[in-house]
Every structure is written in C-alpha cells, then in structure tokens.
Design a protein around this ligand. Structure first.
Ligand code: FES
Length: 182
C-alpha cells in the first residue's frame, strides 16, 4: 500500500461512525485500494448494507480513486446490485432468453399476483421483494429462480408461489412472536 493510501484509510473514515463502513474499509484494504477491485468492493458494500446508496458510491469512488461515473456505471450494469432496500425475503427470477422461452414470465405473473407486488418492488410490509435479472448463468436449468440465495432450476409458477409463501409466512410468524414477546 502506498503512503497516500494508508493516509486515506486513517483520515477518510466515514463521519457517520457507522460500523459497517469498517467492513467496507477492510475489503478495500484487502485489495490494496486497487481500481480493479471495484466489482468486489461493490459486492462487499451490497452484502454489508443490503443495497447501494449514493453515499456508499461516493465513498467507494473516493477511496479507490475511480471516477463516480465509472462506479455508477458498474453498479447499474450488474443486476445483482440494488439501489433500494430489499425485503426480508428476496426472489430473483431470471428473464434471460433461455428462461423466457421456458416460461419465466409466468412465474413473475404468478408471484406478482399472489403477493401484490410488481417486479423490482418490495411489499409495503417489507417482507418480500420480487426481483428480475438477466441471465444468471444456469441456462440449462431454465427457468431459474433464486429464493433467499437458494437456486432452483426448472421452476414452475406453482412451485415458486408455494416456496415464497412458506418463507413469507415464516417471516410473519417471527414478527408476531417478536411482538408478543414485547
Ligand atoms: S437465461 Fe436464465 S439462467 Fe441463463
């Protein structure tokens, strides 16, 4: 690491005092503040904060010395990055060509109708987000759905609805138990 980089680390601590920025700092340090680590650093930010904010993009741009336009360009290019807080449960439906041909649209319609949420939206209670993506890289399994990080291939509208229902109901139960416990 260069002298200026180590100075950066000390003087550019995020003023909010938010501990999560320290996790992001560690990732940037791990990659020696290399510009080429932008994708990994954005990933770390998304995992740590749940979604990307403008504040985070500015922080990353400053620390990696990458122009804000480039940071924003990369963050908006990849489907895995989100600019809004996701719900407790997130279902990603691949709408790439192979999945589209195998009926992925019908899965989106089924979930959208059942949970009253549009693609790219989160239910008002924050329990469920319906997300779509371009190719997820498992075309042989089309149509592909990822629910809470678990990949399922050859999914059907009925199967996806049932699985989402289970996790959503589990979240509601947890909330109710927490409320009853005071
Ligand atoms: S098109 Fe869906 S995984 Fe490739």
């Amino acid at each position: 690491m260069t002298t200026s980089q180590s100075t950066n680390t000390k003087t550019n601590e995020h003023p909010s005092g938010d501990e999560r920025y320290k996790t992001l700092d560690r990732t940037m340090k791990l990659f020696n503040y290399e510009k080429d680590a932008l994708l990994e650093v954005l990933n770390s930010a998304q995992e740590t904060f749940g979604y990307l904010t403008e504040d985070l993009l500015i922080y990353i741009s400053k620390h990696l010395s990458v122009p804000m336009s480039q940071v924003y360009g990369v963050a908006t290019f990849y489907h895995m990055f989100s600019f809004e807080p996701l719900g407790e449960n997130n279902c990603i439906i691949c709408l790439g060509t192979a999945c589209h041909v195998k009926g992925a649209d019908r899965i989106v319609e089924a979930l959208s109708g059942e949970f009253k949420v549009g693609a790219g939206e989160t239910t008002p209670d924050g329990v469920f987000s319906l997300t779509t993506a371009r190719c997820l890289g498992s075309c042989g399994l089309a149509p592909v759905v990822v629910l809470n990080g678990e990949v399922r291939g050859k999914e059907t509208p009925e199967g996806a609805t049932r699985r989402v229902q289970e996790v959503v109901e589990a979240s509601w139960s947890e909330r109710q138990e927490a409320a009853e416990a005071g």
